[in-house]
Design a protein around this ligand. Structure first.
Ligand code: HEM
Length: 423
């Protein structure tokens, strides 16, 4: 990588994050040259929920929380069998506190969570309490065959600034002792082995700048303003579960949540090649949105909700029979409870493996809430209509392919360092 000023800054920073490591960080620091806000000295004032991010994010003109632009996910293994030691716990907690002192908890600084899989908890004799729903991952439709991820732990890091993200990563790998000028005190890799690193981005301009990748057809079809490769704005405030709704309410892990992380490969040749904009609106939102021209551009005009209402969901079988297609959001909205979705989506795009993809990361009170939402999105109940097939005219399923799945528990902050299942 070079500091070539002809490469647009957004593309450059994304590429640096995807590559990672000290040289990429140095190049990125040259380019970004921003002051990253530091963390707080009194860490006791931080929220108990690791997933409490929304109050620390910036908002768009309508008041929707805006996701941080750059993301990294680490899959971590604890070497050896059996439970961790007290000293392992202290090291992990020291490392995480180091990050909290180094960076403001915000999109300008750094947001992170650390979660644990069912395979981690299997190291202990005791089982998780009934108040935690954390099954091992499994395929969630009969038309997918994903690899099932089984690391012990998963770290998710996010920031608007690629340089902040990468410096935090370097510190957590023990490649540097400071981050943002603050001594961090320990590295996560003092305890864990890193098995895999995934990276990604979300936000206006980033997908368009990075569309020269397998899965996106030639001709630069991704609109400049699109926050995601598929060309529409997602995660409107009112189409998200609230942080309260996704928080575990009782038992020792009260204040925690569960995280599902899948890797989805995108194949957008037909999405952009065979379909026109009307078709895309119908398949992403619902046919009525297309007919009534409700979505302008990438959908910013929609405000704080996608406009998928009871009318859309009530007419889904009629749409399947009479209009010959159903929309992604229209199907997923059938999993709402009390009028709101039950998962909080924090997904982002990626060029990992040199192909366009999505790391679909969501948090929800139980993994069953994710499974129920995915079931609604599969639309397998709609294929009686002649035009609707498992993957055709069935929302976005023709263009999205699930390659991996994993489930994790994000404990409350005070139990985030290698928790016992019965703390
Ligand atoms: C390729 C990946 C995906 C893209 C680009 C995408 C995009 C979108 C868009 C544009 C909307 C409408 C706007 C909004 O409500 O925010 C939406 C809604 C939604 N999507 Fe997705 N989505 C993807 C995958 C998924 C997956 C894997 C799930 C989980 C099963 C999911 C669950 C939902 C839910 C729950 C809603 C809101 C439904 C409601 O309003 O009740 N999406 N998505």
């Amino acid at each position: 990588m070079t500091g070539d000023s002809t490469v647009p800054r957004r593309e450059f920073v994304k590429a640096a994050v995807a590559i990672g490591g000290g040289a990429a960080l140095a190049a990125c620091l040259d380019r970004e040259s921003v002051d990253i806000p530091g963390g707080r000295d009194d860490l006791s004032t931080l929220p108990d929920r690791q997933h409490a991010w929304d109050d620390f994010l910036s908002t768009d003109d309508h008041g929707n929380p805006v996701a941080p632009r750059h993301h990294a996910v680490w899959l971590l293994d604890l070497p050896g069998g059996g439970p961790p030691t007290e000293s392992d716990r202290e090291t992990v907690e020291r490392a995480l506190r180091g990050l909290e002192r180094a960076y403001e908890r915000s999109n300008e600084g750094l947001l992170f969570t650390l979660g644990y899989s069912r395979f981690y908890f299997d190291r202990f004799d005791a089982d998780l309490p009934g108040s935690v729903d954390l099954p091992a991952p499994e395929p969630l439709s009969d038309f997918e065959d994903p690899e099932l991820d089984d690391p012990d732990a998963v770290l998710h890091l996010a920031s608007d600034h690629g340089s902040a993200l990468m410096a935090a990563e370097e510190a957590m790998r023990g490649e540097r002792s400071t981050a943002n000028g603050v001594e961090v005190g320990a590295a996560l890799t003092d305890v864990f082995d890193r098995r895999e690193r995934r990276t990604g981005f979300v936000g206006a301009g980033l997908p368009a700048d990075n569309q020269d990748v397998k899965g996106v057809p030639d001709g630069d079809p991704v609109p400049d303003e699109a926050p995601l490769y598929m060309g529409f704005k997602s995660a409107f405030e009112k189409n998200q579960a609230s942080e309260d709704r996704v928080t575990i309410g009782e038992g020792p892990f009260a204040g925690g949540t569960t995280q599902h992380l899948s890797r989805i490969r995108l194949r957008l040749e037909d999405w952009y090649g065979e379909q026109d904009r009307q078709d895309r609106v119908a398949e992403m939102f619902c046919p009525a949105h297309a007919e009534e021209g409700r979505v302008e551009g990438v959908g910013d005009n929609l405000g704080t909700d996608s406009g998928i209402d009871d009318d859309c969901t009530d007419r889904i079988e009629d749409d399947a029979r009479e209009r010959g297609r159903v929309g992604h959001a229209q199907k997923a909205a059938r999993a709402r409870e009390d009028g709101s979705p039950i998962i909080l989506r924090r997904d982002f795009d990626s060029t990992d493996g040199d192909e366009a993809g999505v790391h679909f990361l969501s948090v929800q009170r139980s993994i069953e809430d994710f499974v129920a939402t995915k079931r609604a999105m599969n639309g397998s109940d709609l294929t009686d209509a002649p035009a609707i097939r498992t993957r055709v005219n069935n929302g976005t399923l023709e263009y999205t392919f699930v390659k991996r799945r994993g489930n994790y528990l994000l404990p409350p902050r005070d139990l985030r360092a290698l928790p016992d299942p019965r703390p």
